[in-house]
Design a protein around this ligand. Structure first.
Ligand SMILES: [Zn+2]
Length: 465
């Protein structure tokens, strides 16, 4: 009995030894021959190679460190290696032998440019782009896990063509105009560039041959001498700038004066501060007022720009825009105001909409058919509604006492969307009505004018068809 026990003990020891060796071999095998390789992801959707097309690649590896990333272009048996710029993120992790511990993801952001400029031997037609990434694992016989991404792309060097169809493209300082044009195939973005502002074009309804319509503006503050160009960019990143006929009609804007009193600011400032947690108490009523008039106004402008991008790609309206019924104009677009306090100028701001006053809590009609983009508190505009009317055109309703619509809702021209009030930077019950083009405040007056709508928009829509 004793002898048998000893031999059993030896047998068990041998089994454990063999198991340990086997587990060790399996771990080594997994480490050396494992298919673990970095993941490659293209972060800008490249559709074609052009004059100088940017390639942006993110390589990530959750278990190993990335060792190398290379990009080459192949065409007709020739291969060109591209110089790459790399931003490396290697968060420190546990030592290599703790293979069971979880590791932070190793991530490389790689950018390169490929095109006629970088590779003069490249021809129009097609090319292959080969992206290779290697990590520092023991995979592939100790040379590192490797992954390869191959893209087959068209190569295009000739920029897109633009054919202008409209001839009368006059625009009033602060106002809008519409130009209709055609673009060649492969165009992915087109529109009008006015100084720092870019106005996108949209497909022309019921028209062929990539016909596009584009509303553009010379917003307040853009000098009439600023050049406006048509711009088209194709999938290879080739850009065309074209001239078109337009004339900017200059105008004079109204200048006004606002006298700040203690009681005026005492009424306005605390409610706005309470609704705007991002504003810090500056310790004085005047400083808080100026913070609202400057910083909060800027924040609102940025928000209007953001909501301006949420637009439908066709017009939702066909009739002139409506104003607040039976209302009196209290302020207009482009009114430049100097703010006085104790006889001294403390601020200058420009009013970029219309202030319309009727009876208190008057129902506010939707200026036109559209879709609700925003409802809620919007800084100096108080309780506000933004409606989208398509192709970058939106309307803004501010200082409301009540909001009767919800975001995403479709509204009809004339439908009550809220009631006038004095929320935000408003002294007295009125409606602040604004028109936005691509999120930039433009003069609403043209959009109320049936003749202007007919001559500048509707005629062009039918003529281009
Ligand atoms: Zn206003």
């Amino acid at each position: 009995m004793k002898k048998a026990q000893t031999s059993n003990g030896r047998g068990a020891g041998l089994v454990i030894f063999v198991l340990v060796v086997l587990i060790g071999l399996v771990i080594l095998g997994v480490k050396v021959f494992s298919p673990e390789a970095p993941a490659i992801r293209l972060t800008n959707p490249v559709k074609a190679l052009g004059k100088s097309t940017e390639l942006r690649v993110e390589v990530s590896d959750p278990r190993h460190r990335i060792k190398a990333v290379s990009i080459r272009v192949e065409q007709k048996g020739k291969a060109f290696k591209l110089p790459v710029a790399v931003a490396v993120a290697h968060p420190p992790g546990p030592p290599w032998w703790k293979f069971w511990a979880s590791r932070p993801v190793s991530r490389w952001t790689v950018t390169a440019r490929a095109g006629q400029q970088e590779l003069p031997a490249l021809h129009q037609g097609h090319a292959r782009i080969v992206i290779t990434a290697v990590n520092n694992s023991w995979g592939r016989f100790f040379r590192g896990g490797r992954s390869v991404m191959v893209l087959r792309l068209p190569v295009r060097f000739s920029p897109p063509q633009i054919y202008v169809l409209t001839t009368q493209n006059n625009v009033t300082d602060g106002g809008c105009a519409m130009v209709v044009f055609r673009v060649s195939r492969g165009t992915v973005l087109s529109g009008v560039q006015v100084g720092p502002y870019f106005f996108r074009s949209y497909p022309m309804p019921k028209a062929k041959h990539d016909t596009r319509l584009c509303l553009f503006a010379f917003p307040y503050g853009v000098p009439p001498s600023t050049p406006a160009h048509l711009m088209a960019r194709d999938d290879a990143g080739n850009v065309t700038l074209a001239n078109f006929d337009y004339r900017v009609l200059p105008r004079k804007f109204h200048r006004g004066k606002i006298v700040l009193t203690h009681s005026f600011m005492e009424r306005l400032v605390p409610p706005i501060m309470s609704e705007s947690p991002q504003l810090k108490n500056q310790g004085s009523l005047l400083k808080n007022f100026l913070q609202i008039n400057r910083q909060l106004r800027q924040t609102d402008t940025a928000l209007l720009f953001k909501y301006g991008q949420e637009t439908t790609h066709h017009f939702l309206w066909s009739k002139p825009f409506l104003a607040l019924p039976h209302s009196k104009v209290e302020a207009g677009y482009g009114d430049a105001r100097s703010y006085f306090y104790h006889g001294k100028v403390v601020d200058h701001e420009v009013h970029l909409g219309y202030d319309l006053a009727s009876v208190a809590h008057a129902p506010v009609p939707a200026a036109n058919n559209g879709k609700v983009v925003f409802t809620g508190y919007l800084g100096i505009f108080g309780n506000a509604v933004i409606l989208d009317h398509g192709c970058g055109l939106e309307t803004l309703y501010g200082h409301l006492s009540r909001i009767d619509v919800k975001p995403g809702q479709t509204v009809r021209r004339g439908q009550t969307i809220g009631h006038t009030g004095q929320t935000g930077l408003a002294l007295g019950d009125h409606l602040h009505f604004g028109v936005l083009l691509d999120g930039i405040q433009v003069d609403p007056i043209e959009w109320w004018d049936p003749h202007w709508i007919h001559d500048q928009i509707l005629i062009k829509l039918t003529a281009a068809r």
